[in-house]
Design a protein. Structure first.
Lengths: 309, 309
């Protein structure tokens, strides 16, 4: 059982999609990452910050999944980070209606001493300074540091972000961000350039179009599972990351072959999240369902061919 | 060696992409389909129409690939169909700068008697009336009829198009067209609905995001190969169709398992086309290169996983 440290937001989300509208519900990158990773045999902790408006029942949801919350600062009189968004009809784009940073604005992450020797560190999408602070608090170099980020930080803090990128093993970004970071249009060229910036592995997340894993040994592609129902894409990328690191922490195998499996597991976990609003589907998931879904991934790309022409 | 009948445009294309600009070059759906299929062991013919401005050298390119052109009408004093387009920076969208139907406007396809008993008929993207005329000229029901079409015909001739769809075995369209045709957003629901309209197989083409094959037995997904260089996407979908039917005609096996292989072969052929302008790459291709590329598809999705969690 690997020790896993996650830094990421815990938040209130309010979401509207063509399939419905929520009030303030449990959200945040740290939440989705933690819940997805908790499906695996891991000893995990979240480092985050919330206000004292964050309900105990939400804390309990995470605690009940055996996630250590001693690194979650509760700011007295503070308000929890809030995001409100409305998805367009195709679910591939959305408008942000509100972003209230609240306590997140002054977030100073403190890694619990019990997790300063974690095997795997997952840096959820946050200001690069926060990510760097977490790396610097580790007692020893973790076996694997995974970084998620987004175009916003490339726009306003590229140099600092590059400092973080130089210190991680795996970077997860989407295709447009890979292009922005590298200045290359071709994803192959973009990936090769990014692999000279620090990471040994790059995961290019393409949402409903799957995920591409690249390292110097080669490339691996996992499709997203075509689904009957997609209600809410919020948290899909974070769930992917959680499944990815959860599987790696459980297996302790950081080879390219095992990274491929981790990408499939991440994709499988994300395929659940999008089926319901917020964390609803992740919270109601049994191991058998995960196995069935992985088999669907196996079948989806399965073909045999003889190179005899 | 299967007998293959292709109906599709033979055309002049003028193309601008961020990587260059051509004068009038050889193009057209029938051309790309025929050239891609000619990489396989097939006896193929194209039914099309051109003006007498269409150079003999272009005819010879196709003839040299053993494609029968007795079904290509040359209209005296007529001009060949011309398309001019400019791709945007991301290559995923384009502006049509000119569409001159010319002889295509009055195209009345005549199936050569030698090919009226073809095993496979490929109906390239054309007015549904033309596609229907070709089906009606067949001496007997072909073993497989494959239909390619686009949103334009859904907009202006949906009822006629549905008549054609009802009479084919495989329909190839893109994801937006699948949604338009079915009225369903979820591609899984869209596919299931379309499979009640006639075809046994649906191929949803997603360009750089791969292709999804669906029938009542299940789904199969082939990614597009991530490429170092993409210069010109023109003809990629037609090349896909040509590789798909070429492989099926050569093997004579119309099972789901073999359709999967055909999708991979189609994707492999399309991955060549986009690397150069027009037909340049297709015309300079050897079997060894195709084998190497298929191996890259095999490797790209290869993973093994034990369902033991």
């Amino acid at each position: 059982m690997g020790k896993l440290l996650i830094v990421g937001t815990m938040a209130f989300d309010a979401i509207e999609t063509p399939f419905g509208k929520t009030g303030k519900i449990l959200g945040g990158a740290g939440t989705f990452i933690g819940l997805a990773a908790s499906q695996f045999n891991v000893d995990s902790a979240i480092v985050s910050v919330v206000g004292d408006d964050f309900p105990q029942s939400y804390m309990d949801i995470l605690k009940n999944k055996d996630i250590d919350l001693s690194g979650v600062e509760v700011v007295k009189g503070g308000k929890t980070f809030f995001w409100e968004g409305k998805y367009h009809n195709d679910l591939n784009s959305r408008d942000t209606l509100a972003t209230e940073l609240n306590t997140l604005a002054d977030f100073n992450p403190v890694v619990p001493s019990d997790y300063a020797d974690s095997d795997i560190v997952m840096l959820g999408n946050l200001h690069p300074n926060i990510q760097l602070s977490v790396i610097n608090q580790m007692e020893k170099r973790p076996k694997l540091v995974v970084l998620d980020t987004m175009n916003f930080w490339m726009d306003i803090a590229m140099e600092k972000l590059k400092e973080v990128i130089a210190r991680v093993d795996v970077l997860t970004i989407n295709d447009e961000e890979a292009r922005q970071l590298s200045g290359e249009y071709s994803l192959v060229k973009a990936a090769n350039k990014i692999l000279t910036m620090g990471p040994s592995y790059l995961v290019i997340k393409k949402g409903e179009n799957g995920a591409l894993l690249v390292n110097h040994e080669g490339m691996f592609f996992s499709p997203a599972l075509p689904l009957e129902e997609v209600k809410d894409p919020t948290g899909a990328g974070d769930t992917f990351a959680g499944g990815f690191i959860g599987y790696l922490a459980q297996s302790g195998d950081l080879s390219f072959e095992n990274m491929k499996r981790a990408v499939v597991l991440g994709s499988a976990m994300a395929s659940f999240t999008v089926e319901e609003f917020g964390t609803d589907r992740l919270l109601n998931l049994d191991e058998r369902e995960i196995d069935v879904r992985i088999q669907r991934f196996v079948d989806l790309v399965d073909f045999d061919i003889l190179l005899t022409q």
